[in-house]
Design a protein around this ligand. Structure first.
Ligand code: DAH
Length: 347
């Protein structure tokens, strides 16, 4: 009986040496400890044996020997397998990472921020007004009564008889004058969305304007030369130091005299090209000396106060500045277009 046990143990010791995987280990366990194993056979012989105590001890030793060896090898194999797995799943930190998409400032907002910076540096205040405006502020208080022919140039989206989407930021001129109560001097710009019923490559039904208004006591002599100087600084800073300005007499109901202001064509630098229709100039701003009626209607005494005003389309300015050929690109949110303006590395 003792020999039988030793034989089993020897055979087991031989076999366990060849085990390479957990699966093989499990098979060996079944072979030696399972229901049909030699250990099970010996256990069933227990009943027939006389010296049960010695038999039991020997059998127990065999069982402990087998299960201890199996357990030790199991731990070793498990550790090996884990190491193999860790090795194969190792992260290569030298690999380049996925590119994180960065946003960029929209060319319109970039232009707006630039305009605001220029005027803030000249001591102007940036004010706001409503986009849903009344006929009164958009037209009446700017010397454009009902039926005035100049209204035709600004075909509008009327919401009711009284309310419309503002066609020009000039409405904020009237609002600011009333707010300042006919006494305080004014030096403001207003930037914002405006709306007109038009839509093509150079006109969008929604666009942006900047309005400027300066009013002071007559003894402070706010004059046409101040207007010219202001617009010259504005345009040179926006479009480059070599930009020249040309003032042409024009008509706006809220200014008298009124001027249309042209700047040297950004494309041909004044030589003449298809963009400027061979003139070398591009029409950009409306401006003038605030009409006495406008001052009076909004609480400022034209005998005591005077000033100038100007207005321009920001979308057009952005187009010139960045060489954009179709205004509609500004509103299509096409990433391929917008990402060209991500210039943070340059700024
Ligand atoms: N509001 C005018 C327009 O939209 C532009 C303009 C002209 C504004 C003359 C002014 C101004 O303040 O004085 O066509």
């Amino acid at each position: 009986m003792k020999e039988k046990v030793l034989e089993i143990q020897k055979k087991f010791d031989e076999q366990i040496k060849a085990v390479k995987s957990l699966k093989e280990l499990n098979d060996l366990k079944v072979e030696y400890m399972g229901k049909k194993s030699p250990v099970a056979q010996l256990t069933s012989m227990m009943r027939e044996v006389e010296d049960k105590k010695t038999f039991g001890m020997i059998l127990n030793e065999l069982r402990t020997h087998i299960s201890d060896d199996l357990e030790i090898l199991k731990q070793k194999l498990e550790e090996e397998e884990l190491n193999k797995k860790l090795e194969s799943e190792k992260i290569d930190i030298t690999l380049p990472s996925n590119k994180i998409k960065k946003g960029s400032i929209h060319p319109l907002n970039r232009t707006i921020e630039e305009i605001e910076d220029i005027f803030i540096s000249m001591g102007y205040e940036v004010v706001e007004g409503p986009e849903l405006e009344t006929d009164e502020f958009c037209f009446e208080r700017l010397n454009l009564p009902q039926g005035h022919p100049a209204r035709d140039m600004q075909d509008s989206f009327y919401i009711t008889d009284k309310y419309l989407l503002r066609t020009q930021t000039s409405s904020v001129q009237a609002r600011t004058m009333l707010k300042y109560g006919g006494e305080k001097p004014i030096r403001m710009i207003c930037v914002g969305k405006t709306y007109r019923r038009e839509d093509d490559a150079t006109h969008s039904h929604q666009f942006n304007q900047v309005e400027g208004l300066v009013i002071d006591k007559k003894e402070n002599h706010v004059s046409l030369s101040d207007l010219k100087g202001t617009l010259e600084v504005f345009m040179k800073k926006m479009l480059g130091e070599n930009t020249k300005l040309r003032f042409r007499p024009s008509y706006f109901p809220f200014t008298e005299p009124s001027y249309e202001v042209d700047v040297t064509c950004f494309k041909c630098k004044g030589k003449g090209c298809n963009l400027c229709k061979e003139t070398g100039w591009i029409e950009l701003l409306g401006s003038g000396i605030v009409h006495p009626n406008v001052l009076k209607m909004n609480g400022y005494d034209p005998e005591k106060y005077s000033g100038f005003a100007f207005g321009t389309g920001i979308d057009r300015l952005a187009m010139f500045k960045y060489g954009i050929t179709d205004m509609r690109y500004l509103y299509q949110n096409d990433i391929r277009f917008l990402k060209q303006f991500d210039r943070r590395d340059i700024d």
